[in-house]
Design a protein around this ligand. Structure first.
Ligand code: FMN
Length: 223
């Protein structure tokens, strides 16, 4: 049974990244009527920031070169570590169980929202990191779709192209855990043209970008 893990991180009502991820999820669910759908709203249910206890566990896993997920699962030693690991481990299991991972991620300050980053910091533990020799890890082979919205435009040739640390960051971080081999970005750009006067002239481009992202969500949701 295929499993879709869908995360959203925009706190905004009317969020564009949520519209795109929603379109993908809806299509995927129609295409996979027997599939399992897991939804996590990082705004409604934020993942607490990583803490001292989890970092202690992570340092031990790194120091001991632990590659086994079973060993990692039982690696907490103190009550504080147990409590922190109990927050993190279900998030890791969700990732492991998913065949497709759908990430709704707006651009915030050229990167990603802190709610998304808090989730990421907890789940990227050493045993998930791809083996540098083979490029393979426990998450390899999964399909990842990023539904993104940004106020401006960041494509090649635009003045702010070099400021796009959202896509570059996600590619690097997802790649570290073997999740960049089947990775698709669906960007709706220039969303600020709806309310910023100097960007009104770009409303048509924004509409085209939005429709292309929605269309991409449908196409990829059916795949
Ligand atoms: C805190 C914050 C930071 C933002 N930073 C950027 C930015 O660096 N570049 C940009 O193009 N838009 C930026 N925006 C605009 C958002 O990317 C834009 O509104 C987008 O549509 C948000 O996604 P959403 O519609 O899913 O909420 C920012 C918005 C907020 C609230």
């Amino acid at each position: 049974m295929p499993t879709l893990l869908h995360l959203d991180s925009s706190p905004r009502r009317g969020s564009v990244s949520r519209q795109i991820s929603g379109e993908f999820a809806q299509t995927w669910r129609k295409t996979n009527p027997d599939g399992r759908y897991v939804y996590r709203d990082l705004t409604a249910d934020p993942v607490p920031h990583i803490d001292h206890a989890q970092i202690e566990v992570m340092h031990r896993l790194e120091a001991e070169g632990v590659r086994s997920l079973d060993v990692a699962r039982g690696a907490a030693r103190t009550p504080e570590e147990e409590a922190s690991w109990a927050v993190t481990w279900p998030l890791i299991e969700e990732l492991l169980e998913a065949d497709t991972i759908l990430l709704g991620v707006p651009m915030y300050n050229f990167s990603v929202p802190s709610t998304f980053k808090a989730w990421f910091d907890r789940v990227l533990i050493a045993p998930l990191i791809a083996d540098p020799a083979t490029g393979q890890g426990p998450l390899s082979g999964k399909k990842v779709v990023v539904a993104s919205a940004r106020g401006g435009a960041y494509g090649p040739g635009t003045p702010r192209h070099e400021f796009d640390h959202q896509e570059t960051y996600l590619k690097a971080a997802l790649g570290m855990v073997g999740l960049a081999s089947d990775l698709t970005f669906l960007h709706a750009e220039l969303t600020k043209s709806a309310h910023v006067a100097r960007l009104f002239q770009f409303q048509e481009m924004a509409a085209t970008s939005y429709l292309a992202a929605i269309d991409g969500a449908r196409t990829h949701g059916e795949a």
